[in-house]
Design a protein around this ligand. Structure first.
Ligand SMILES: N[C@@H](CCC(=O)N[C@@H](CS)C(=O)NCC(=O)O)C(=O)O
Length: 198
């Protein structure tokens, strides 16, 4: 299998965390790229031209990150996404919530890259409000994370790492002390260290 990814993409990081947590490194060739450049092989595999995109051995491809994570998780035992029951939907809901934080943060990052006079302060405020409201919700419900490591924790670690990397001015740590304590423990995990954005 071949994974098109970018070293700074949070969606790619979540997939790379799954690869490392599941010990699948030797079955996947990782191809770093910049999806904003022309990358013909990526575009042939995914007309959206986005990373992450996974090309399977039969030439077919999978995207986006939740689909790739679910697929990779299904390959070996020791599931990061419980196979059934309430636990499954709980983990997938955590992933959606954390991916939503990443989506709003990514939108802010992209908006700030436009010429100053073209930026919308209104949209940036709207996305910031989404991020802060969701972080406050997670701060209040952090005790409800599954007891063992699942995709929920990987998605949360990805979202907080991305905030730290791209939006340090938000200062989420002082807004959310319980989350900061959780991240302090989780971010030293080998797989988190191995997939740091750079
Ligand atoms: N929902 C997608 C989002 C993927 C995405 O937006 N990736 C960004 C990089 S972080 C990208 O490839 N952007 C290139 C573009 O939009 O042209 C996922 O979860 O994989």
């Amino acid at each position: 299998m071949r994974l098109f990814y970018s070293k700074t993409s949070p969606y790619s990081r979540k997939v790379r965390l799954v690869i490392h947590e599941k010990g699948l490194q030797n079955t996947i060739i990782s191809v770093a790229c910049n999806p904003f450049d022309e990358v013909p092989e990526l575009e042939a595999a995914n007309p959206l031209g986005k990373v992450p995109t996974l090309i399977l051995d039969d030439g077919s491809s999978l995207y986006d990150s939740p689909v790739i994570c679910a697929y990779l998780d299904s390959l070996t035992p020791g599931r990061l996404i419980p196979e059934s029951g309430r636990e499954r939907w709980n983990v997938l809901r955590w992933e959606a919530l954390c991916d939503g934080v990443v989506d709003a943060t990514y939108n802010i990052v992209m908006e700030r890259r436009r010429d100053t006079q073209e930026q919308s302060a209104g949209w940036i405020e709207q996305w910031k409000t989404q991020v802060i409201r969701t972080l406050n919700h997670i701060e209040a419900t952090i005790d409800m994370l599954p007891s063992q490591v699942t995709l929920a924790q990987l998605a949360l670690g990805t979202a907080l790492g991305y905030l730290e990397f791209r939006l340090p001015d938000l200062d989420w740590r002082s807004r959310c002390p319980a989350l900061a304590a959780w991240y302090g423990d989780f971010s030293v995990r080998d797989t988190m260290q191995h997939t740091l954005p750079k």
